[in-house]
Ligand binder design. Structure first.
Ligand code: NDP
Ligand code: 8X3
Length: 256
């Protein structure tokens, strides 16, 4: 069966929680076909139960090249022409200074936020270029532009996402394939629960007494960037809650 022309096929990594889940729901509510990928199968299954067969559940760890290739090569034909890839799967682990941080945490952030993102992109991009249509929306972070204590490897992975997005645009000139990097600030999701290795009290404190962005705020920006006319490429969107801004540069004063 061929899809109606206005119905798009949208691949979202990290669709089991936070931004990815909200983005999947926003596009599914508009009638689009969603490939919802993440490691937690049961969460994705709930999404499929809510929206039906327009959701294709893909249990996937984006750090594995073999699993990405197998999963994408076996997509049903009606989900195989991807119009939008949302590279959202990612995480921060820990907030320790660099000289005390866990190397295992660093490896996992690099494997997910950098390697997972470029493996997904490299796999899906050729068919977009062939079809002369498509859009890749990467989820970066303000942490890719602004340094903060404990941001070390996490911020560096998001700096990769920022520059990779720009370099993709340079390579894709003339292909009609669009690339956007969305760079959110503080947003309340499971992000801090993951960062603090499941410590709910620590995670709650991050969002206490302030109005953070919501997952739906980010989903709205993804939908907006995608829905621009195809001659418009939104290069980047940086958004923060109104309650967040930059701090002054830090200076170490010698005690005298
Ligand atoms: P959540 O923890 O709520 O969601 C993260 C998602 O990533 C989950 O669906 C998780 O699914 C998925 N994921 C993690 N590792 C893997 C993996 N190896 N393979 C497949 N999926 C994976 O956090 P957010 O929604 O906040 O985070 C989404 C993105 O937004 C991340 O890239 C994050 O860095 C970024 N971001 C978050 C901000 C915030 O303040 N919340 C601000 C700026 C950017 P599962 O565990 O089921 O695999
Ligand atoms: C998440 C935003 O400021 O917690 O990318 O690093 S921050």
């Amino acid at each position: 069966m061929t899809a109606k022309p206005n119905i798009k096929t949208i691949f979202i990594t990290g669709a089991s929680s936070g931004f990815g889940l909200a983005t999947a729901k926003a596009f599914a509510a508009k009638g689009h076909k969603i490939i919802a990928a993440a490691r937690r199968h049961e969460r994705l299954e709930q999404l499929r139960q809510e929206f039906g067969d327009n959701i294709y559940v893909m249990t996937l760890d984006v750090t594995s090249e073999t699993k990405i290739n197998q999963a994408i090569d076996s997509l049903p034909i009606e989900f195989s022409n991807i119009d939008l890839l949302v590279n959202n799967a990612g995480l921060a682990l820990g907030l320790a200074p660099a000289h005390e941080a866990s190397l295992a945490d660093w490896h996992q952030m690099v494997d997910t936020n950098i390697k997972g993102l470029y493996l997904m992109t490299r796999k899906i991009l050729p068919n977009m270029v062939k079809r002369k249509a498509g859009h890749i929306i990467n989820i970066g972070s303000i942490a890719g532009s602004y340094a903060y204590p404990g941001g070390n490897a996490y911020g560096a992975t998001k700096a990769f996402v920022q520059q990779f997005s720009r370099n993709l645009r340079a390579d894709l000139l003339g292909t009609q394939v669009r690339v956007t990097n969305i760079e959110p600030g503080l947003a309340e999701t499971e992000f801090s629960l993951v960062r603090f290795h499941g410590d709910q009290d620590k995670a709650d404190k991050v969002y206490e007494n302030t109005q953070a962005l919501t997952a739906e705020d980010i989903a709205r920006s993804v939908v907006w960037a995608f829905e621009q006319p195809t001659h418009v490429n939104i290069n980047s969107i940086e958004l923060m809650p109104t309650s967040q801004t930059w701090a002054a540069l830090a200076v170490d004063k010698v005690q005298g």
